[in-house]
Design a protein around this ligand. Sequence first.
Ligand code: ADP
Ligand code: MG
Length: 406
Amino acid sequence: MDYKESCPSVSIPSSDEHREKKKRFTVYKVLVSVGRSEWFVFRRYAEFDKLYNTLRKQFPAMALKIPAKRIFGDNFDPDFIKQRRAGLNEFIQNLVRHPELYNHPDVRAFLQMDSPKHQSDPSEDEDERSTQKLHSTSQNINLGPSGNPHAKPTDFDFLKVIGKGSFGKVLLAKRKLDGKFYAVKVLQKKVVLNRKEQKHIMAERNVLLKNVKHPFLVGLHYSFQTTEKLYFVLDFVNGGELFFHLQRERSFPEQRARFYAAEIASALGYLHSIKIVYRDLKPENILLDSVGHVVLTDFGLCKEGIAISDTTTTFCGTPEYLAPEVIRKQPYDNTVDWWCLGAVLYEMLYGLPPFYCRDVAEMYDNILHKPLSLRPGVSLTAWSILEELLEKDRQNRLGAKEDFLD
Ligand code: ADP
Ligand code: MG
């Protein structure tokens, strides 16, 4: 199951050590990346050391390592810090990579987000800031009726990064005016325009124009822009990604899987009724709200132009439920979403996507050619709907005739 961690990586930026003048110790700023979520934690060496000692005893076979304690001399030599940083970086990477370690309560506590006062405004990135001036696009984009000309980034306190996707990031933000929390999706115009995907902003706008409203689709409150960025103010959905829960439980009982599948189907049927094809339903776009209902994010926003090669290389093979026609780059229609529904349902029931293979090329080949093999553990009804949704020929797929009604 660890493929879903999608290449966790951790880096400790060199310029971010904080020195406390009085006490003189070094605090290491560690960027923790799990899947597409990222956050920083600020920890002293002693704290790393403590965690290391706990884990070493409990997991002697893991051969964990952290940089050694310094016995002579002071700990503020830049070369020393640099080396230590690299070692701590490696240590954290190992933790994130191993589910047993990552789920250890002490590790969870250690990697937990710090309070926002430690953090700079995460809507600004160091690397972005430096290039912005050069590529200033300052192009005004029509955001349709959701566009709010008076809104601006300083209306919000940006608290942390809650998601990172292909085109930008999603931040948890508190609106100063009313103290309410929102998820604000920030897209860099530069990136979107550079990728020759202006038409996808149009796609996005069309979605916005349609006033999409459904209990199982994330609600958009309004949107605004600066010269560099587009901001979408969304409901903050706080139940976590569905697949976070699935990973913990390996698979869901059929009843529970059926419940989620029904809600997803209902959202897809609604989108189709207003002529929107979702197309890339995938694990990280399915969230749960605070009471356990499904909320789909990321519909109609900047996706059509993302080539398959792009998706796989950029995200280390983020599992997507690619339908055969998508892999073949053939035209697709509503039925592509019914394939994806089949794939989600399959994964909920069995814990792995259909046709799953570590080797991506082989997986594509399986999707295109391999018959779905019957596996025990689900009812006949579940099996028959899986077979009908995961039909390779889209014209024979369940949903091809009357869409949601089928
Ligand atoms: P992208 O188009 O870049 O994939 P998404 O809209 O899918 O961006 O957002 C990226 C991630 O951010 C999601 O996978 C999810 O984990 C998180 N996220 C997105 N929208 C919300 C939201 N409204 N509430 C909470 N988390 C969200
Ligand atoms: Mg997404």
